[in-house]
Structure formats: structure tokens, C-alpha cells
Design a protein around this ligand. Structure first.
Ligand SMILES: Nc1ncnc2c1ncn2[C@@H]1O[C@H](COP(=O)(O)OP(=O)(O)OP(=O)(O)O)[C@@H](O)[C@H]1O
Length: 265
């Protein structure tokens, strides 16, 4: 089946279960938003999709094939902060992946290959609205510009899947809105599959074609780390009716409900 499949996935850190029995099929082209209480394993799930972590049990298939052992160019990633290299210019940041791809050891490419890479990098900077800033260093950029650069850096490699871990969490509301418009435009234009973790329910709701809620279906108040989280709600958001469903409201409330172990006597 085309797209991404997660089959019977479990993840433990040492003896501590973090994710359990995760099952998912995502056809290519969805924009999947992921919410859940703090510490329930959302970032770990993205790191599994990236190939940075291996499942303890189960498998992840991309286009029917197990994920490559290492993070590869078919998956791009943007984190909340620190995704860009401070010692490289804006253009240098976007060129770097292309250069390393072509010249794995030296990191330098020449002649026609360099001209092609430059034109791809500049087209990407144009797409994210940084065409006039290519000579600047990240320290001279605003938070929103830095995240646009991080997105350009990920997308210039033409990944099929873009993984976003709270990419707009540190931005002010106005900049965030601009970033939402940019992400939606790039997602539609490039036909990407996007997975985006967010703490902002409205963001997850407004941007996604599908919302996943991670939560612990089993909970031992005496031992909160006894069980892992799984996908407790998988909500299609394409239709206005789905966006207004009572099930959605319940999911959103449950996803963010903090649970506490009983206070010790
Ligand atoms: N490398 C690691 N080694 C051991 N435990 C880890 C590691 N990374 C994360 N954890 C633990 O696994 C659990 C899930 O962490 P993760 O960062 O995936 O959750 P999250 O849902 O993304 O949290 P948040 O919303 O706060 O960012 C947490 O209890 C965390 O402390």
C-alpha cells in the first residue's frame, strides 16, 4: 500500500515503555498533526519516523519497504529551535545538504553541479520568502525567518515526508499565522506528506487533514511510567463536519489533560 504504515510498534527506553501498540496508515499527501500530553512520546514517534530511533517491536514501512537504517533524504525534519547552522549564511545553510549529497567527503561541488545546486537553493529561498536574505547569517534573522530557513533547508532535499516538531512553538502569534500559510502553500505545491507535533490544539485543528491524539490507554496511578502511549484518536479533518464533531472536542480535552500520581503521604 502506498504511503506510510506503522505496524504493531512499541518503544521502550531501557525498561520504561513510551509507546505501545501503535498502528497507523497514512496515504501520501496527508498533513497529519499530532497532539498529546507532555512526555507522552510525540517527539519519540517523530524520531522513529525519521529513522533516528529503532522500534523495540514492530515496524515502519515507507511505500511498503522498511525504513532505511539511517535518516535519509526522503525524510526532512524541522525542530522548534537550532535546526540551522550559525556559521553558514542563509544560502550556505540551504546549499549544504545538496553539497554533502553530491560530494559526501569533501562537501564541495564545482562547475555545472554547483550551478544546478545554487539554482535549486535560490528557488527554495524564494519559495520561503528569503530570496533577499541569502548573504545573512542566522544570528541576523528573526525567529520566523530562521524557521523559514530551516524549512527551506529540509525541503531543498525534496523529501517525500516532512517531520515538524513544534516548529512554530517559539514564534509570536502573527508570525505563526504567516508560517501556517507558508506551510500550507508548500505542502500543497510539493505534494508532501507532513507530520507535525504541536502543543497548540488550535494549530493542530486548523492545519491538519488528520489529527492524531497520543495518550496512555492504561494508567497506573501508583506507577505512571508503567505503560506507554498509543494513538487514542485518529480524526479526519477534511470536512467542516469533522472539524466540528463532539468526538473531536472530547479528544482535544483528553489529549491535554495532565495526569498526576497520587501525592505520597
Ligand atoms: N533518549 C531518551 N532516553 C530515555 N528517556 C527518554 C529519552 N527521550 C525521551 N525520553 C522519555 O520518554 C518520554 C517521552 O518523551 P518525548 O520527548 O517523546 O515526549 P513528548 O510527548 O514529545 O513530550 P513534550 O510534549 O514534553 O515535548 C518522556 O518521559 C521522556 O522523558
Amino acid at each position: 500500500m502506498s504511503g506510510l504504515d506503522v505496524n504493531g510498534l512499541w518503544l521502550r527506553y531501557g525498561a520504561t515503555p513510551v509507546l505501545e501498540r501503535v498502528e497507523l496508515h497514512v496515504p501520501a499527501g496527508e498533513l497529519v498533526t499530532i497532539v498529546g500530553a507532555s512526555g507522552c512520546g510525540k517527539t519519540s514517534f517523530l524520531r522513529l519516523l525519521l529513522g533516528e530511533l529503532k522500534p523495540t517491536r514492530g515496524q515502519i514501512l515507507l511505500e511498503g519497504k522498511p525504513l532505511a537504517a539511517e535518516p535519509g533524504r526522503e525524510r526532512g525534519v524541522v525542530f522548534q529551535r537550532y535546526s540551522v547552522y550559525p556559521h553558514l549564511t542563509v544560502l550556505g545553510n540551504v546549499l549544504l545538504g545538496l553539497e554533502l549529497d553530491r560530494a559526501r567527503f569533501t562537501g564541495h561541488i564545482f562547475g555545472r553541479a554547483r550551478r544546478v545546486a545554487l539554482s535549486r537553493a535560490r528557488a527554495m529561498l524564494e519559495a520561503v520568502g528569503l530570496a533577499d536574505d541569502e548573504a545573512k547569517y542566522p544570528a541576523a534573522l528573526s525567529g520566523g525567518m530562521r524557521q523559514r530557513l530551516a524549512i527551506a533547508q529540509a525541503l531543498v532535499m525534496e523529501p517525500a515526508i516532512l517531520l515538524l516538531d513544534e516548529p512554530f512553538g517559539a514564534l509570536d502569534p502573527g508570525t505563526r499565522k504567516d508560517m501556517h500559510a507558508l506551510l500550507t502553500a508548500l505542502w500543497q505545491r510539493l505534494g508532501l506528506t507532513v507530520f507535525m507535533v504541536t502543543h497548540d490544539l488550535h494549530e493542530g485543528f486548523a492545519l491538519g487533514t488528520r489529527l492524531l491524539v497520543f495518550d496512555k490507554p492504561r494508567w497506573d496511578p501508583q506507577d505512571p511510567s508503567a505503560y506507554g502511549a498509543t494513538i487514542t484518536y485518529d480524526l479526519p479533518l477534511r470536512s467542516p463536519e469533522a472539524r466540528a464533531s463532539p468526538e473531536l472536542a472530547a479528544a482535544l480535552a483528553s489529549a491535554m489533560r495532565p495526569r498526576r500520581a497520587p501525592a505520597s503521604a
